[in-house]
Design a protein around this ligand. Structure first.
Ligand SMILES: NC(=O)c1ccc[n+]([C@@H]2O[C@H](COP(=O)([O-])OP(=O)(O)OC[C@H]3O[C@@H](n4cnc5c(N)ncnc54)[C@H](O)[C@@H]3O)[C@@H](O)[C@H]2O)c1
Length: 311
């Protein structure tokens, strides 16, 4: 059984130091925690350290003042050996997660929580080889985790000890948590993301608009509301004085007509190439690093006003 403990979380292991692992590391370090990382890829440590330096500078602009110590271990077992909390960020492949989580479960101290960043895999499937699966949860962030506050948590049960401790931990490092009542492929928000992405792709396939205009329509339209208005509140307001009850009476029938008219796009090679060509032409001359920097600058500006918008 997993030990229930009040031992504070001081050391975090980051397993997999790619896009997500490096960003998590920056957040934990900026909160003054000790981070032990591991990643078998050549050059992973240098890449992570360079990312962390920039991300911590961004976090300092948000008021995070910690500067924990970052070490890079020879392998995952060594990285988790002294961890109070493990954040797993390896490749999104079920067979890899199954082996990796079993290895981490065998090597981490009994009190440690093990959280997987998996974007879509079911917790029940990726923990099949773990000896103490109750302490293994999904802690799914949004890219980049050091700036986007949401972490979705899926546990053995929503009120398990591991879920409660993980929730308190993520909140202590400035994250906003949502605990799922049960598991589903894609958890909560990636299912919503997938619905939006399916339609964005389908609209292009059906010839209604090009990708650049679809993106612009989102950012100039509903995206303006999304930092502070979710779909339920949005439709409550959409119903006017009568709120969501009136919305259902007035506009739900036409909503259902739209739901019936949303085919899943056919993702053959030719169509994929068409999307890639359109996106690459639009961003020609701009590297991913430049685009990520621009994204982060805008996220920092939004985060600056987000607190003022809170209820
Ligand atoms: N990229 C996103 O937008 C995003 C968002 C949220 C969650 N996630 C999830 O985070 C996880 C990592 O995704 P990413 O985008 O950082 O991928 P990535 O490819 O950038 O990083 C994965 C890293 O894992 C390393 N790795 C491979 N085998 C390993 C092992 N046995 N032990 C430790 N490390 C190993 C690789 O060398 C690589 O550096 C995935 O589960 C993904 O679904 C990704």
């Amino acid at each position: 059984m997993t030990q229930t403990t009040s031992k504070p979380i001081e050391t975090v292991a980051i397993i997999g130091a790619g896009v997500i692992g490096s960003s998590w590391a920056a957040l934990f370090l900026a909160n003054g925690l000790t981070v032990a990382a591991s990643d078998p890829a050549p050059g992973a440590e240098e890449h992570m350290r360079a990312f962390v330096e920039q991300a911590m500078a961004d976090l300092r602009r948000l008021g995070y003042e910690g500067s924990g110590e970052l070490t890079f271990a020879g392998d995952a077992r060594e990285a988790v050996s002294k961890a109070d909390f493990v954040q797993e960020n390896g490749p999104e492949r079920e067979e890899i997660k199954v082996e990796l989580l079993a290895e981490l479960d065998a090597a981490a101290p009994p009190h440690a929580i093990i959280a997987s960043s998996t974007s879509a895999l079911l917790r029940s499937k990726i923990t099949v080889k773990c000896t103490t699966p109750e302490r293994v949860i999904v802690g799914h962030p949004f890219n980049p985790p050091h700036l986007v506050p949401l972490v979705e948590i899926v546990g053995h049960s929503p009120d398990s000890d591991a879920v409660r401790r993980a929730e308190a931990f993520y909140q202590s490092v400035g994250r906003e948590t949502v605990v799922l009542k049960k598991e589903a492929v894609g958890h909560l928000v990636n299912r919503i993301n997938s619905a939006v992405w399916r339609e964005a792709v389908s609209l292009f396939q059906q010839g209604l608009a090009d990708p650049a205009d679809i993106d612009r329509a989102i950012t100039a339209g509903p995206g303006m509301r999304w930092p502070f208005l979710g779909p339920y509140e949005m439709y409550h307001l959409g119903g006017g004085e009568g709120g969501i009850a009136h919305y259902f009476e007035h506009l739900q029938p036409i909503q259902e007509e739209r739901w019936k008219d949303m085919p899943t796009p056919q993702m053959d090679d030719a169509f994929r190439r068409e999307i890639v060509a359109s996106v690459q032409e639009r961003f020609a001359g701009k590297s991913i690093a430049e685009l990520a920097k621009r994204r982060d600058e805008r996220l920092l500006a939004l985060l600056g006003i987000r607190d003022k918008l809170k209820d």
